[in-house]
Write a protein that binds this ligand. Structure first.
Ligand code: NBP
Length: 477
């Protein structure tokens, strides 16, 4: 074979990824279960580079130079297993199979182990940036053997997005499921970012009294500062859009029930298993869930609460500045939580993930790309064993400077009845971490009372129990 890489699965993602490889000068073998898609790709885009159309798995495998590199871009779940089962018998030792879909990292761990036993390298690669990113440069998070990255890395570096400093947005994240785990957490952080932006919007609309167009302008201004990011940029675009049919703001004609595909939910499920508090991300997932309960919301319309008071023009401008502070502080906390989850996963599965590098490869191509990520990289470069992003001096200082406004915004939201679960839960997380004493001591007392679950003391080592049902003296157990 002559093709340096193959892509099987030519729906939007696979098709664009194949074109990206071809445009970068690689000869690409292309294959799809339904062969019409393969032919259509070559017919439409054949002039962009060198494609080899393969109509059967055998033809596909034969088209690849050895050791082979093939990328599977089919629907996550059973289709991925079906394709692996179909191709594995046709492959040889040393070949590299990449799964570029949104697989659950546990599935990736299982597949990697199975293929490793047959001498085949399996790379679970998270790919972010949607179809546009796949074509013009995504952020790529590959997990797998170091050897597989030696073979794949240079090609991925070519097709990936580039950060502003020119660095490719791809790195060898770690063994087996590390790449898909990091992609999962990326999506969880994305949920939190989107929810925080949504809450800021709602406050600017309902409390400050701004129109959608005015809020678009505010987001455009924010995008020139420390909040500079793809999500803020597209938020301004969405808010400026006017519905052609009604002349109303687009955002007012869209049904307010958010959908989800599952990676945010996985982030929270895994966080619960790992014992990592990702409250901001969890609230973002729950907020989408609440929005989707149409009947419950309808049945609750009559419940009593305050009506948000619209501010005067001067007050509104000052309030918008406070909301920017709140958004920034909450964003720092939700990234802190997401990176904590990656650190915990890395520890549990022995992945040895470089957190600074993860932030660096998210600077371009992916949905959460932002100027802010440079700061996270610097924080981990300054101190690789940073226990939490909040332990970084410059982030701590920024939160300190933002916190009066952050609290004021949260208080306003609460007194005016505007739901802001992500603003308030990230603030509660911050206050929990900095608290001298938490009511967990009382919780331990209750647990000891009803279940003899024992407790530890602040003043000496040991495990203790109080005889609550007897003379209430303490015994050491
Ligand atoms: P889809 O997730 O819609 O999958 C469609 C592809 O899977 C088609 O090529 C289809 O072949 C193939 N396929 C299926 Br379904 N079952 C198969 C089977 N049993 N054997 C062989 N092929 C099978 O495509 P997509 O939206 O391009 O996404 C691809 C992957 O990338 C997914 O894992 C997705 O989660 C991930 N992803 C998507 C995005 C995005 O923005 N869409 C972003 C990031 C990651 P057919 O043509 O013969 O039916």
């Amino acid at each position: 074979g002559t093709a340096q890489i193959g892509v099987t699965g030519l729906a939007v993602m696979g098709r664009n990824l194949a074109r990206n490889f071809a445009r970068n000068g690689f000869t690409v073998a292309v294959h799809n279960r339904t062969t019409a898609k393969t032919d259509a790709l070559v017919k439409e885009f054949g002039d962009e580079g060198a494609f080899v159309a393969a109509h059967t798995p055998q033809e596909f495998v034969a088209a690849l130079e050895r050791p082979r590199r093939l990328v599977v871009m089919v629907k996550a779940g059973e289709p991925t297993d079906a394709v692996i089962q179909e191709f594995a018998p046709l492959l040889d030792e040393g070949d590299v199979v990449v799964d570029g879909g949104n697989a659950h990292f546990e599935d990736t761990r299982r597949r990697e182990k199975e293929l490793r036993e047959r001498g085949i390298h399996f790379v679970g690669a998270g790919i972010s940036g949607g179809e546009e990113g796949a074509l013009n440069g995504p952020s790529i998070m590959p997990g797998g053997s170091a050897e597989s990255y030696e073979s794949l890395g240079p090609m991925l570096e070519k097709i990936s997005a580039k950060a502003k400093d020119g660095a490719p947005c791809v790195t060898h994240v770690g063994p087996d499921g590390a790449g898909h785990f990091v992609k999962m957490t990326h999506n969880g952080i994305e949920y939190a970012d989107m929810q925080l932006i949504g809450e800021a919007y709602q406050l600017l609309r309902d409390v400050a009294g701004y129109s959608a167009t005015q809020i678009a302008e505010i987001f455009r201004t924010w995008n020139t500062g420390r909040l500079d990011s793809y999500l803020i940029e597209i938020t301004a675009e969405v808010l400026s859009q006017v519905d052609a049919a009604t002349g109303k703001p687009f955002v007012d004609v869209v049904l307010d029930q958010a959908e989800q595909k599952g990676t945010g939910r996985w982030t929270v499920q895994i966080a619960l298993d790992l014992g990592v508090p990702v409250s901001g991300i969890a609230e973002a997932v729950f907020a989408r869930s609440v929005s989707g309960h149409a009947a419950l919301r309808e049945a609750s319309r009559h419940l009593v609460g305050p009506t948000a008071r619209k501010l005067g023009a001067d007050e509104a401008a000052a309030f918008a500045d406070q909301v920017e502070q709140a958004l920034y502080a909450s964003k720092i906390v939700s990234y802190t939580q997401g990176f904590h989850e990656i650190a915990a996963g890395s520890e549990k599965y022995d992945w040895n993930i470089d957190l600074g590098k993860v932030a660096a490869i998210w600077r371009g191509g992916c949905i959460i790309r932002a100027a802010f990520l440079d700061r996270i990289t610097s924080a981990y470069e300054a101190r690789a064993q940073l226990p939490s992003l909040l332990a970084d001096k410059s982030f701590a200082e920024e939160i300190a400077a933002a916190q009066d406004d952050w609290r004021a915004v949260a208080a306003t939201a609460i007194t005016q009845g505007v739901p802001t679960p992500a603003f308030t839960s990230t603030l509660a997380y911050y206050d929990s971490l900095r608290a001298e004493r938490l009511p967990a001591a009382l919780t331990q007392g209750q647990r000891d009372y009803f279940g003899a679950h024992t407790y530890r003391r602040v003043d000496r080592d040991g495990v203790f129990h109080t005889l609550w049902g007897g003379d209430k003296t303490e015994v050491e157990s």
